[in-house]
Design a protein around this ligand. Sequence first.
Ligand SMILES: Cc1cc2nc3c(=O)[nH]c(=O)nc-3n(C[C@H](O)[C@H](O)[C@H](O)COP(=O)(O)OP(=O)(O)OC[C@H]3O[C@@H](n4cnc5c(N)ncnc54)[C@H](O)[C@@H]3O)c2cc1C
Length: 263
Amino acid sequence: MMMMIVPGYLSFPPVSGVEYQNKSAVMVFALGSASERLLRDLSNYKHQVYRDTYPFHNDTRKEGFMFLTTCSQPRSRGQVTLRDSSTSVPPLLDTNYLHQYHDVACMIKAIRRAERLVSTKAFQEIGARIHWPRPERCRTFWRYSAEDQAGLKPKRKRFKSTKQEKKPKEAANVKPKSPKMSPPDEYLECLLREVAVTGHHAAGTCAGGTVVDNHLRVKGVKGLRIMDASVLPTPLSLYPNSVLVGMAEKAADLIRNTPETLI
Ligand SMILES: Cc1cc2nc3c(=O)[nH]c(=O)nc-3n(C[C@H](O)[C@H](O)[C@H](O)COP(=O)(O)OP(=O)(O)OC[C@H]3O[C@@H](n4cnc5c(N)ncnc54)[C@H](O)[C@@H]3O)c2cc1C
């Protein structure tokens, strides 16, 4: 959920590396370029939020990549409520993201790991630097200007100088070093609440053991089974699709091999 820019790299498949540690993960994503349309469709960002998050969205000279950081076992739980017994009335969905502070802390840990990765020799050698998103509502938590974000000027260190003090001559030629631009946790939490996007791995609304039995039969209803992500009792760590395809194969076998009297 942070963006980095390095010059001159060509496009690559969306996820080109994943690192797991302590139930959180860091992914290298969208090497080369990220399509505004795709990201806005996926994230539902408003126009300005998108621009504040991806400062080089329209600058093809600035190629880069993103780190996606995620919590693979989130504890927050949402809710689906039926508004009507008619299937034509959409249900109410409350995703309840980041309700449990555990999920925020877990993702902050992953962001810090991504930050450390950027400071390693390998990333420094390709000139990688982080362009933190700077949504308006987070700016009170950290002084980070649009110029800082674009890397246009190093932040000057404040130092007290008295009139009597004279700078040594050599110092005039020394370029100010860019201080480490590391946001406080409060800023990261604000970023998560403002611009984090979902992985779209919703599941669990007809959890196995509660709504369906171990043969995927809906409890109390004859002749009805469910096989989709809703039957997962707890979140899968990261990508669910292959597991769901495997479960669907199993469900087909179950249905084929169940005597009619037991359906
Ligand atoms: C943008 C996005 C990116 C994702 N990326 C990944 C990824 O990279 N890797 C990964 O593992 N997972 C990914 N996922 C998650 C993954 O796609 C889902 O977890 C998975 O598809 C869920 O499977 P499902 O069978 O429960 O539901 P679905 O795959 O949504 O299948 C439901 C099906 O039911 C059909 N349907 C709905 N209503 C009716 C109706 N009334 N009558 C008949 N048919 C109906 C729909 O058309 C659909 O075909 C992504 C999801 C999204 C949205």
